[in-house]
Ligand binder design. Structure first.
Ligand SMILES: [Zn+2]
Length: 241
């Protein structure tokens, strides 16, 4: 495995998806189990679903928020936080909403899909963090309007600031790690393509084949934690040796 471009890189970006949080016990969007199995994500995570039944949507979110609160960062999250301290410029761009990167110690995190444990007033826009889920559906203490989860739902655009930042980081990166994301969901899927077209060294860590695999310089067919451990060990050996 020749990872020398990653060893000499100054600007490194990690794009992460559900695969890294799965190792923290957070079920991926597509395989929520139990009670919610009979619903498609689109039936719970969309503006239409919220308009129709805010109570039900909030029950689902309250359940997921509890999962996130009880979860711990995985090995992969921890390695990425260590890498941030090593490289002159290191950013995580994540499609996850669980905040586990920050809890692992990462500081430069761009959240493309918002944060699940945060609510936003549909009336005045006030932000509540953590999300108040004692009474469901929660309402704003200022204006009494309904609060909604501060995440990006199906059919909604990404937060423009986060997206702009992600594009800038991808286009300037010397190396990009694509971890635990099928890279199927646009526009996030555009980021590795952009980085590669600007000359970045592309490393993919994913147990399954994805559309990024054919583009990647190196692919590790492993889980997030195992793959990052391997890569990080290599980088450290070269630096120390
Ligand atoms: Zn309000």
């Amino acid at each position: 495995m020749n990872i020398s471009p990653l060893i000499s890189a100054r600007r490194v970006v990690a794009l992460t998806g559900a695969g890294i949080s799965k190792e923290s016990g957070i079920p991926t969007f597509r395989d929520s189990d139990g009670l919610w199995k009979k619903y498609r994500p689109e039936e719970l995570a969309s503006p239409e679903a919220f308009r129709k039944n805010p109570q039900m949507v909030w029950e689902w979110y309250a359940w997921r928020i509890q999962l996130v609160r009880n979860a711990h960062p995985s090995r992969g999250h921890i390695v990425l936080a260590e890498m941030e301290r090593h490289y002159p410029e290191f950013h995580v761009i994540t499609q996850n909403v669980d905040g586990l990167h920050q809890r692992a110690g990462s500081r430069n995190v761009v959240e493309l899909h918002g944060r699940i444990d945060r609510a936003r007033c549909t009336g005045c826009g006030r932000v509540y963090e953590p999300a108040p889920i004692e009474d469901i559906p929660p309402v704003c203490s200022e204006c009494n309007a309904l609060l909604r989860p501060d995440v990006v739902w199906f059919g909604e655009p990404l937060p423009p600031d986060a997206w702009e930042m992600a594009v800038e980081l991808a286009s300037q990166a010397d190396a990009m790690l694509v971890i635990g994301t099928s890279a199927l969901v646009y526009p996030a899927a555009h980021l590795p393509v952009l980085a590669k077209s600007r000359g970045a060294f592309l490393v993919e860590i994913n147990p399954s084949y994805t559309p990024i695999s054919s583009l990647a310089d190196i692919t590790l067919r492993t889980g997030a934690g195992e793959g990052l451990d391997l890569i990080w060990k290599e980088v450290k050996e070269h630096v120390e040796g």
